[in-house]
Ligand binder design. Structure first.
Ligand code: ADP
Length: 482
């Protein structure tokens, strides 16, 4: 499907020839084998990409919302028609099971479609003035050129979640995908090309993250940086972007608690907790990281989890029936292993799994789905994001206690509550210090709703009309009357 080298830098509507000798090899995490290699570009290419985006900005931003929408519709159709092939590529570079990968591509399509619909709805306001001598109008305009930096855990949907609202708003962009997963980004650019996106409107640069990032941060014409990734890198971007008071939209780490109340539908809650924990092998920022179960049902709940987990099938995501793929790389596997070891040293009991999974012909980056009990607050797993398939379970006895524990983290992205009692659901949701609360629901990310965290989980929202507002500035026009 791929040659040994794949062009991956797209500037001003052209795929660039970059020094192939410096190419970066892309590996399939399931097998550890090379798929292809891509360009290792840096500051120079990023400057060119920013320049192209700047040139394209007047052309793109002056188009009507309807015109921008027709491009986004076309791109959504092309992507949907190609979802199976794109899903295959995504699984190959990222590792998630094919069904999840195709689901992600279809989710990515939904962002294009939703923002095609929103592109025409950039309403302004007419404000009643406090004096008859004035009339006040507020309009929204695109911020200008934006930089987008995306992670490897959702190589397709994180790109359209950022670019679709940016394009709908009238911005032009420079995209830097994660070094582990550039192939889905390349395919999305090809779709944009086929959909007739004018040259320079979206530019793609792969390579040296720091050098590319530095250009995006220090170029004063890049007005906004939208980033999904770790809190550590997010903080670095905040610091470095201060010089030009750049706008930032940051989706950072999480440490999601799931709380199971005694009146929950336990079988349904167990399935949902597992879906939340083991989706993408625990490698999402909204995956359950800590599970709190009421003491009266905790033993039964752990049994239910074990029964369901025993049906999971580990393997290459491209193989039929695989439900758990590899972790992205050795470093990720070591982190998971470290968290389990640390917990066990401090007294945790392994209820299920607990070690790596090995099979001939597969890479070493697999870890068995794991459940831990006898958890204490001093364990790393209770504070750091594991980003892997480990579920620590703790009993709780009352509502106030569990809310305090759930909020005891610097993160504040997603939290989940399982109960059949509406009053409990509302009371607890109100008190959870999180940007997103799922009540009997673990898939809250959807194009029509705002997604984003509080505390050190980020700034701003993606999705919904809120997501498009991030890419626009409000302008007041104050008319003095004759
Ligand atoms: P992870 O640890 O999950 O890979 P990162 O925050 O390191 O998360 O990476 C998310 C994205 O941020 C990737 O595209 C990565 O290349 C990029 N990135 C990492 N460091 C920098 C940096 N100094 N400047 C700009 N982008 C960076």
């Amino acid at each position: 499907m791929f040659n040994t080298y794949t062009k991956s830098v797209f500037i001003d509507g052209e795929w660039q020839d970059i020094n192939e000798k410096l190419a970066e090899v892309i590996y399939n995490p399931a097998t550890g084998k090379a798929i292809t290699s891509v360009a290792y570009a840096g500051a120079e290419e990023t400057k060119q990409a920013i320049h192209a985006a700047l040139q394209a900005f007047p052309i793109w931003s002056e188009k009507t919302g309807r015109e921008r929408a027709s491009f986004l519709y076309k791109a959504s159709q092309l992507m949907l028609e190609d979802a199976e092939r794109l899903g295959n590529i995504l699984t190959m570079e990222q590792g998630k099971p094919l069904r999840e990968a195709v689901g992600e591509v279809k989710g990515a399509v939904q962002f294009l479609l939703w923002y095609a619909e929103e592109a025409s709805r950039n309403y302004g306001e007419w404000l009643p003035s406090s004096t008859n001598a004035k009339r006040l109008v507020v309009m929204s305009q695109p911020v200008g050129v934006i930089g987008a930096i995306t992670p490897w855990n959702f190589p397709s949907s994180m790109i359209t979640r950022k670019l679709a609202p940016a394009l709908a708003a009238g911005c032009t962009a420079v995209l830097k995908p994660a070094p582990e997963t550039p192939l889905s980004a390349i395919e999305i650019m090809k779709i944009f090309e086929r959909a007739g996106l004018p040259k320079g409107v979206v530019n793609l640069v792969t390579g040296d993250a720091e050098a590319i990032g530095k250009q995006l941060l220090t170029h004063k014409e890049v007005r906004l940086l939208t980033f999904t990734g770790s809190t550590a890198v997010g903080k670095h971007l905040m610091r470095e972007s201060a010089e030009h008071v750049k706008k930032l939209s940051l989706e950072l780490g999480g440490h999601a608690p799931s709380i199971v109340f005694p009146d929950a539908n336990l079988a349904k809650a167990a399935s949902l907790v597992l879906a939340s924990k083991f989706r993408n092998n625990g490698q999402t920022c909204i995956c359950t990281n800590r599970l709190f179960v009421h003491e009266s049902v905790v033993a039964d709940f752990i049994q239910l989890l074990k029964q369901k987990i025993s049906k999971f099938q580990i393997g290459d995501g491209l193989e039929d029936g695989t439900t758990i793929g590899p972790l992205i790389n050795e470093q990720a596997c070591k982190k998971v292993e470290g968290h389990v070891q640390n917990a066990v040293e401090k007294g945790a009991v392994i209820e299920y799994g607990g070690e790596r999974w090995h099979k001939q012909g597969f890479s070493h980056c697999y870890f068995n789905p794991t459940i831990l009990s006898n958890i204490t607050e001093d364990m790393k797993i209770m504070h750091e994001e594991t980003f892997g398939p480990v579920l620590p379970v703790q009993p709780f006895s009352d509502e106030t206690e569990v809310i305090t524990k759930a909020n005891d983290t610097d993160y504040g992205l997603a939290a989940y509550v399982f109960t059949e009692n509406t009053s409990t659901a509302i009371r607890v949701s109100e008190k959870l210090d999180y940007g997103i609360v799922g009540v009997n629901d673990v898939f809250p990310a959807t194009p029509e709703a705002p997604f984003g965290g509080v505390k050190q989980s980020g700034l701003g929202k993606e999705g919904g009309h809120h997501g498009m507002e991030e890419f626009m500035e409000k302008k007041l026009i104050s008319f003095g009357m004759n």
